[in-house]
Design a protein around this ligand. Structure first.
Ligand code: 5RP
Length: 221
């Protein structure tokens, strides 16, 4: 069994008719969006959704999932999204797909934030996966120097030999720390750097983590 799909299918069981759903981004969220569409077709599930990226919005549109603009959202019942790493305290690194800013806005405005991962994403300590940080392109060099002072090796994210541009028109710096022993403190220090829009540390935000394995799922919290 596909472990990402297994986690996604399990999480989508939490959705009920009438809910407003936050849609994540990435290859695991892809399966959740597909499963939501299946439940709409098979069981008549009625939901509306907000999307964390243009990519997921396009997929939702193709599958007939109604998307509402964020400006019209009163509250989000459940957001289901993937992660790049999950530590023992269910802190996360997110942003491998470059959607961390909208993902964080949606997750932090949700009554329940459900994270779906395959077991390879579960780690004792965050940091092997480079931490994505969204910055404004203005004064990139200065912002990068400030990030270096935090002890990381910053790399400007590229795509197709050009600088990767987020849905918000910003750049992503992937910061190689190797180990992040105190994600809460690091996140606060990163946020003090002018030029940083948001970082991919999601500290104490996940309410539930559904972990997919080859033979089923386990749920943390
Ligand atoms: C996108 C994200 C994704 O949730 C994260 O990168 C995990 O992706 P995948 O499910 O493809 O492994 O944060 O910005």
């Amino acid at each position: 069994m596909n472990a990402k799909k297994a986690a996604a299918d399990k999480a989508v069981e939490l959705i009920q008719s009438g809910m407003t759903i936050g849609l994540g981004t990435g290859s695991t969220a892809y399966w959740a969006i597909h499963r939501i569409a299946e439940r709409m077709n098979e069981e008549g599930l009625r939901i509306e959704a907000v999307s964390s990226s243009k990519q997921s919005e396009e997929l939702a549109n193709q599958l007939g999932i109604p998307i509402i603009p964020f400006s019209e959202v009163k509250s989000i019942d459940i957001t289901i999204d993937g992660a790049d790493e999950v530590d023992r305290d269910t802190n996360l690194i997110k942003g491998g797909g470059g959607a961390l800013l909208r993902e964080k806005i949606i997750a932090s405005n949700s009554n329940r934030f459900v994270v779906i991962v395959d077991e390879s994403k579960m780690v004792p300590t965050l940091g092997k996966f480079p931490l994505p940080i969204e910055i404004v392109p203005f004064a990139t060099e200065l912002t990068i120097r400030r990030l270096e002072q935090l002890g990381c090796r910053p790399v400007i994210r590229m795509a197709d030999q050009a600088t990767f541009i987020t849905d918000n028109g910003n750049w992503i710096i992937d910061c190689h720390f190797d180990e992040i022993s105190n994600p809460g403190e690091l996140g606060e220090r990163i946020k003090t750097i002018p030029g940083v829009v948001e970082h991919g540390l999601f500290v104490r935000m996940a309410n539930t983590v559904v972990v997919g394995h080859a033979d089923g799922t386990t749920t943390v919290q």
